[in-house]
Design a protein around this ligand. Sequence first.
Ligand code: SF4
Length: 75
Amino acid sequence: MPGDLPPLVTALTINRLHARYATLFKSTDFPTITRKPPEILQVNPGYLCNLSCTHCHVNAGSKRTELMDEATVAT
Ligand code: SF4
């Protein structure tokens, strides 16, 4: 993960990727990707859930105990 790498390694990796994909993007007429303002804010205060959906992106369930503490909620 980039966050685990030293900053110099991360910067070099990003520069290499940018150079590689910049060339690729120059050779296509794919429209520019733009970002709209955020409309939804999702907060997962923990993994405890009364359901256990197979598609759950946080692997929540009734046996999970990890919950956000009050100090974190207050920040
Ligand atoms: S997707 Fe995950 S968090 Fe959402 S209801 Fe299913 S188990 Fe709970």
